[in-house]
Design a binder for this molecule. Sequence first.
Ligand code: 4AD
Ligand code: MG
Length: 479
Amino acid sequence: MLPKLIKYILAETPQSQEVEISGWVKTKRDMKNLVFVEVNDGSCFAGIQCTFDRGAGLDAQTEGVLVSLTTGASVKINGKLVASPASGQAVEVAASALHVLGEAPAENTSGKTPELNVQAYPLQKKRHSFEFLREIAHLRPRTNTFGAVARLRSRMAFAIHRYFQERDFHYLHTPVITAGDCEGAGAMFQVTTLDLNAVAKNGIDYSKDFFGKKTYLTVSGQLEAETYATAISRVYTFGPTFRAENSNTVRHLAEFWMVEPEIAFAQLDDDMALAEDFLKYIFNAALNECADELKFFDAYIEKGIIENLRQVANAKFAHITYTDAVKELEKAAANNKGLFEFQPRWGCDLQSEHEKFLTEKVAGGPVIVTDYPKEIKAFYMKMNDDNKTVRAMDVLVPRLGEIIGGSQREDDLEKLTCRMKEMGLKPEDYSWYLDLRRYGTVPHAGFGLGFERLIQYVTGMANIRDVIPYPRAVGQAEF
Ligand code: 4AD
Ligand code: MG
């Protein structure tokens, strides 16, 4: 039988009932007659205090183990659950037996052979920098911060599924390996079984590669999601996505998780309404289902984040067209020469600094920017009547900038093929995709939410590498 988790034991009424605690030692304080051992199992922030009373007589074996017990060791402790005389905790364990399952030495120790040497446990009781913890990403979930991120991330994923499942969206599994570049940004990881040494000598013949052609890790499940949305009406994907962008920033990963709903019989307005409703639902889920974690993030990571999420969950998102947004940016730049590193100009993509200015200073909250120039957006977006802008929408949020990117899709066969050719894509490579416009085409739309950006926003964690267990970025694929 699995052990009872500490979070449940902490909630019990103390009646001197027998309990067994399984976890890792956070701290030990040895005070003459009393030894206090705090044990945590990651089920919640709090550890449970286990008190060993020498006055009540401890057997020699327990005494021996207790003396050498160190932070990080895994233990099983038996005792009685009693009311705690100390402030800050309702219950504690009057401990009688202690078993160490695995030690975690506080100093370097040498074993019989070099492989058995063990370095001192790196997570001693002090604050460690996130940079240091990234180097020991396999141990960082044992810290308060990373334990909290892990629990919150899991609950957010569940809330996302719940949101869509309760609204008749079907969870679609799109392929990880694909032959197409959905976003047209050319930032793809190639997948091959070719012998690269042989290739270097003889040249490349992709017909001999595993799939008989060039293939990549997917940058988005959208195109396949469109095929199912135009069959079963509402779908969403939630899976890993890969981008070989050479951008070393606090909001980009080479491997990230994306949530992509796709809806049939829908236009841009429906898409924006869905994005807003969805985000608010998720923020409320965080507030209601991760209250302890948010209290922690509010106290130690980003002051005021709870109030901020509450406000955003109740506010109407602002809307602005790209053209008006650029006017605002130009106006601000004219008034303050050093404001931006990149000068805003119609036709250029919005930089992160522009996005932050729009959401923080112009809108004072989340803002949806619409109708971007066609040149800076993907081929599949629906053309506006002006023939210059497309029915795109990006949701920008304070502290982060873009959290969602979406659009209404071009559903007209002629316009779509024309746009593809303009962008240097071969329509025959996307024949299956164009079939959706040949047979029973409908207005449809969708968006993509970067799951890690969402977790960053909800926790206030500054670096995206700290909200995914094992970050992959340029030059970084450890663990
Ligand atoms: O704006 P993007 O590139 O849009 C798409 O991929 C569309 N196919 C979505 C759709 O309409 N179905 O990416 C969507 C979101 C961004 O807003 C951002 O939150 C996140 O994915 N994202 C990244 N997150 C982390 N690291 C990266 N390198 C990211 N690139 C995009
Ligand atoms: Mg985007």
